[in-house]
Design a protein around this ligand. Structure first.
Ligand SMILES: [Zn+2]
Ligand SMILES: [Zn+2]
Length: 283
């Protein structure tokens, strides 16, 4: 599920140990495209352990360590047969780069049908559910608070307890489809580090561009929200020559980040082609 480089980046190393009998009573199998965060929430809920945070507390595990285990290793972890050694305690922010953070997005139709949350939803540029073509929410439509994987019930807001199955889904607007076509066409539901990196690089670039004159260095792990939609609607129809201008400006102001941008935008999207065409051969 998780590419090896995530572990390397987080300095996590699985270590076998003697098992003890503290396995979970209910162990729903993760479906192939379900994200680990959603699976852990399901495990916590079905075993009446409270929230994901309570699950981590009961098993004395860090969030990042459970995110990078394979499914088999996770099973052995819950049986007490495996532990993880970590040399890095500040790993949660960097997990966001692979779509493995705590900030979630939900599709209200998926919720209504009690479907699992795919990894795809966690990538920075995912705005639409590819199955239902509806807007993904990252904030509650009742109380406007962030939708986090640490909420207690998968189908309810963690703050106002609104049942998401009672909310009305919003069909994706044409601009959002155009944004997906140009910036992030990947519909794949499984884990794909190429796509997550490409999304990360473009989200960084877009937020950098939006905050001209402001603090442009703070977008290491960007998250695009429904709050950004009015602006993203304009971005979706941005002319190619304007994107080239943004790139020129970026090249001048942030030369250190250029290598990442070039390396990470190899996923073939219309906008990535512009980036590769303009910058790919220039360094
Ligand atoms: Zn959906
Ligand atoms: Zn709420």
């Amino acid at each position: 599920m998780v590419p090896v480089d995530v572990r390397r980046a987080l300095y996590l190393e699985p270590v076998e140990r003697e098992g003890d009998a503290r396995g979970l009573l209910v162990r729903p199998v993760r479906t192939s495209h379900q994200c680990r965060q959603d699976h852990l929430m399901q495990l916590a809920e079905m075993n009446s352990l409270g929230s994901l945070r309570d699950l981590l507390r009961s098993y004395k595990a860090s969030f990042s360590s459970l995110m990078v285990l394979s499914d088999d290793e996770l099973q052995r972890f819950f049986e007490g047969k495996l532990t993880l050694r970590s040399r890095n305690s500040k790993s949660v922010p960097s997990l966001k780069a692979w779509g493995l953070g705590l900030q979630g997005r939900i599709c209200l139709v998926c919720m209504d049908e009690e479907m699992v949350v795919p990894q795809y939803f966690n990538y920075p540029l995912s705005l639409i559910c590819p199955i239902h073509e509806t807007v993904l929410l990252d904030v509650c439509d009742g109380c406007d608070s962030s939708i986090l994987y640490t909420r207690k019930h998968r189908l309810r807001c963690g703050r106002c307890q609104r049942d998401f199955r009672e909310s009305t889904p919003i069909p994706a607007a044409d601009w959002a489809k155009e944004f997906r076509r140009r910036f992030s066409p990947g519909k794949e539901l499984g884990f794909c580090s190429v796509k997550s990196h490409s999304d990360l690089a473009i989200a960084r670039l877009l937020l950098w561009y939006q905050s001209a004159g402001g603090n442009r260095s703070r977008y290491n792990y960007p998250h695009l929200s429904v709050r950004h939609h009015p602006w993203l609607e304009r971005v979706a129809y941005m002319a190619d020559h304007l994107i080239e201008q943004v790139l020129e400006e970026f090249r001048n102001e942030s030369p250190k980040r250029l290598d990442n941008l070039i390396a990470w935008t190899r996923c073939p999207t219309p906008v990535n082609s512009i980036i590769q065409g303009l910058l790919g051969n220039s360094v």
